[in-house]
Design a protein around this ligand. Structure first.
Ligand SMILES: Cc1ncc(COP(=O)(O)O)c(C=O)c1O
Length: 456
């Protein structure tokens, strides 16, 4: 259903709530401005209604959480059923049965499905939490503190995850308090090739760049060099960068990392918090390259709307953790919360259906096609895989154009379309809609964006 707007955006109720929020919430959490934000009241499928009764078409899925659609029925039913029985248990002391079932199911959907032995799980409450569980596992397993990470990476904002993240905006104010275990190397960002092999060309046809050999040779030398120079125990990588700008690397990139990790006997940790659960058109983005990581971090769409995450590793890797003698080394009050576990179990059953990935691939192809038909010198590249799609905005000289991206986001909001801007320079329109987005929805978005860009 296309948007239906009853008031100007934001409407009077949203504006009133914004004034109250500004007084009660710390600065630097919710941005409050003349045209921002609208306050969500309810959501269903691909639609969000705000406090003024305006209906928006959601091209964000709420930061990629609602791939199955907002308020997906099986997930809602699981939540309601569980809430009548048990809201909270003692996660690492006396847990609920649903924690057992969720750990089993996650292990089966990853290492079981890959035929790579047994998996074991540490649950958490946020993506950042899952990353930190993986970082701790890596040091316990290898005894080496160093972790190779990539430029443009986003792994969350807890201090461990933030040290591994490479977006300077988030790090700079807190740099003095960060650990120094992350070693940064370039990510194959083909539109702006960090190795100086071409770049600046727009990806036209397939989803994966195919200029792999030269840049991956350079990267291989760089990785081996860093591993020899420092005490590196793991490589942490997003198989497709999300907040870094929907950057799709060559297919061989992940295979190269797997080979290097095998040669150097270090761990490959895949951050699939954004890309997991069909977002990229395969159950996991690693599946595009047929690479099995040693650890995979999951969150966001795992529950369809409850703060729960998972670090899933091969059993022999996870067994670097000692048996608990009563005091867990890594836990939290809400670990394995029964509401979240019940929602995750229902969501995983949906994600596991084979038709889910095909739906995403078809919808993604249509969305990228519609966006590529927009004629505008401001669009440098439309890229993505599945329904993780980025539109890189550029100035005439090819430099990043964050201003135009920002104007597209606010312009779209006023047309009833929810989207975000991201990327290393804030110049990439970031699209990650629910999987049920229709061709008509995508065409509508493209039409509106074309109009906004004509006015810029
Ligand atoms: C790839 C990736 N890793 C980790 C995180 C952090 O997740 P959370 O915000 O739940 O801590 C995010 C969030 O956007 C992400 O995209």
């Amino acid at each position: 259903m296309l948007p239906e707007l009853r008031t100007e955006i934001p409407g009077p109720r949203s504006r009133e709530l914004a004034v109250r929020l500004r007084r009660a919430e710390s600065r630097n959490v919710t941005m409050v401005g003349e045209h921002w934000p609208v306050f969500w009241e309810r959501a269903d499928g691909v639609n969000v209604w705000d406090a003024d009764g305006n209906r928006f078409l959601d091209f964000t899925a709420g930061f990629g959480v609602a791939g199955l659609g907002h308020a997906a029925q099986p997930v809602r039913e699981a939540l309601v059923g569980q809430s009548a029985r048990l809201l909270h248990a003692m996660g690492d002391v006396h847990p609920a049965e649903s924690k057992v079932e969720l750990c089993e199911m996650l292990a089966e959907m990853t290492f079981g499905r890959w035929g790579a032995g047994r998996g074991k799980v540490i649950l958490g409450n946020s993506g950042s939490d899952a990353i930190e569980a993986a970082l701790k596992t890596a040091v316990l397993h290898s005894g080496k503190p160093g972790v190779l990470v990539f430029e443009g990476a986003y792994h969350g904002l807890g201090y461990g995850a933030l040290e591994a993240s490479a977006l300077e905006f988030f790090r700079r104010p807190f740099a003095a308090q960060l650990g120094r275990f992350a070693v940064r190397v370039p990510y194959p960002y083909c539109y702006r090739c960090p190795f100086g092999h071409g770049g600046g060309f727009a990806l036209e046809g397939g989803e994966f760049p195919n200029c792999s050999s030269a840049c991956l040779g350079d990267l291989q030398n760089r990785l081996h060099g860093e591993i020899r120079r420092r005490e590196i125990g793991a490589i942490l990588v997003e198989p497709v960068q999300g907040r870094g700008g929907e950057v799709v690397p060559p297919r061989d990139f992940l295979r190269l990392l797997r080979r290097i990790c095998d040669e150097e006997k270090i761990l490959l940790v895949a951050d699939e918090i954004y890309t997991g659960f069909n977002r990229t058109g395969r159950l996991f983005a690693c599946d595009h390259s047929d690479v099995v990581p040693d650890i995979i971090c999951l969150g966001k769409a795992l529950t369809s709307g409850f703060p729960l995450s998972a670090c899933v590793g091969r059993a022999d890797v996870m067994d670097a953790w000692p048996e608990s003698a009563g005091e867990a080394l890594h836990t939290s009050t809400f670990l394995g919360n029964p509401l979240g576990c019940a929602m995750a179990l229902a969501a995983l059953r949906e994600h596991a259906k084979p038709e889910a990935a095909e739906q995403v691939r078809a919808a993604g192809r249509h969305l990228r096609g519609a966006l590529r038909r927009i004629v505008s010198p401001r669009i440098g590249e439309v890229r993505g895989t599945g329904l993780l799609v980025g539109v890189e905005m550029v100035r005439a000289d090819g430099s990043p154009d964050a201003e135009t991206a920002g104007r597209c986001v606010t312009g779209a909001l006023r047309e009833g379309l929810l989207l975000l801007a991201g990327g290393r320079h804030g110049n990439v329109l970031s699209l990650s809609p629910p999987f049920a987005i229709t061709p008509e929805d995508s065409d509508f978005l493209a039409g509106k964006l074309a109009g906004i860009l004509e006015e810029v």
